[in-house]
Design a protein around this ligand. Structure first.
Ligand code: SF4
Ligand code: FES
Length: 391
């Protein structure tokens, strides 16, 4: 009991990172977007002064990293003020962006304001495919932007979301991205919440595809050793055990959505009956310690068997609560990704159903992939749904 109390207090000591979803607006329509299906509108967004207060409170709470994300954070015209505000605190600030809306001049202003790190996302190495996946012509600008980033002394990560429709040329994608000379490369398999879950049939790779991709990444790690750090996020549908989602619920991270709700993760809003406190009404400190949503699955008391007596519970914290809810209807269930979970058959069935044919291959790429968004949206109906933009 004393050990359990100590664990619980240690887990609640302070968050390490704050994910600030400053807007859900975005010029891209990526089919794997991790944003919720119900997006926050522009009129509901927090004002600049609210965000600056939140950053101050985060620094006082011991947060080290601030991730400015969205939607597309560049859609906020006050982003420079936010970066400057974060710089005045002790927060290391990272801009997670598609780059659309970032000119050479605006980038220089951000660096002057105190930007520490930029993460630029890519959809593919082939322009047509990239535009087809994003539902927007964005790829060429990203390549140009990568050159501008090197005019400054800021850290640079490239991010590539991998799925069934691009995984077969992962090696080519890595070689294209390494030409941009990033410090770090994040190769993240799509995670099946939000829009990616809606589009899982088109996005889930087969095991054979995944194995070829793992070999490509291993070869790249050897080739780029000492030059580019590679971090890989694997698709947990093909894993034996779940990931430690967000480093454990209410353990390391806080997410503030565009309207000011404080959530333990990107997808927690899907869990019915969960009450999320707002930074409009409460301090971050209060929310971190007292908010019902953060306490709900913190520690181990909530765990059912087999997690409760499993040796891995301190590594994966019972997996992802949102995935458990989305697949089983019970947020407190063992994540069905786990092969020990009573509902693991749901994952086996999903893999069998969604990742055919068994040797794996992408669907034929249509010849209208460079078409404007409204044409793509119409023609791809039934294959996948593009993320729409809030008002
Ligand atoms: Fe993790 Fe629970 Fe599975 Fe054990 S039983 S590996 S703690 S999800
Ligand atoms: Fe919510 Fe994993 S996304 S716990």
């Amino acid at each position: 009991m004393i050990q359990s109390l100590n664990d619980s207090m240690a887990q609640c000591s302070n968050p390490l990172a704050l994910i600030a979803e400053i807007t859900h607006r975005c010029p891209l329509h990526c089919v794997y977007c991790s944003n919720p299906l119900e997006l926050t509108t522009r009129s509901e967004e927090l004002a600049t002064a609210d965000w600056l207060r939140v950053f101050d409170e985060a620094a006082a709470l011991g947060v080290l990293h601030l991730h400015l994300t969205g939607g597309e954070p560049l859609a906020r015209t006050d982003l420079k003020e936010m970066i400057a505000g974060a710089r005045k605190t002790s927060l290391y600030n990272n801009l997670i962006t598609s780059g659309i809306g970032l000119s050479r001049e605006r980038l220089a202003q951000f660096v002057d304001a105190g930007l520490d790190h930029i993460q630029l996302s890519f959809q593919d190495s082939q322009e047509g495919n990239a535009n087809w996946i994003a539902g927007a012509r964005a790829h060429t600008h990203k390549l140009e932007l990568a050159e501008w980033i090197h005019e400054h002394r800021i850290a640079f990560t490239v991010n590539l979301v991998v799925h069934r429709q691009n995984i077969d040329h992962l090696e080519e994608m890595i070689r294209t991205l390494e030409e941009l000379h990033p410090d770090r490369m994040e190769i993240a398999h799509a995670q099946y919440y939000g829009w990616a879950l809606k589009n899982r049939t088109a996005l889930l790779p087969s095991r054979a595809q995944l194995e070829r991709a793992l070999a490509a990444v291993a070869a790249a790690e050897t080739r780029l050793k000492g030059r580019v750090r590679i971090d890989m996020v694997v698709p947990d549908y093909h894993a034996r055990y779940p990931k430690a989602c967000m480093g454990g619920w209410g353990r390391q991270l806080m997410l503030i959505d565009p309207g000011g709700r404080a959530l333990p993760c990107h997808a927690a809003g899907v869990i019915p009956g969960m009450r999320f406190d707002s930074v409009r009404a409460r301090s971050l400190d209060w929310i971190w310690t007292n908010s019902e949503a953060f306490r709900e699955f913190r520690g181990e008391e909530w765990m059912p068997e087999p997690c409760r007596s499993c040796d891995r519970r301190k590594e994966d914290f019972g997996g992802c609560r949102c995935q458990a809810f989305l697949l089983t209807g019970d947020a407190a269930a063992t994540d069905p990704v786990c092969e020990l979970a009573p509902m693991h058959h749901l994952i086996r069935e999903a893999v069998e159903k969604d990742s055919r044919p068994e040797d794996g291959q992408a669907s034929p790429v249509p010849d209208f992939r460079q078409a404007p968004f409204h044409v793509l949206q119409e023609k791809m109906t039934g294959f996948w749904a593009y993320r729409t933009d809030p008002k």
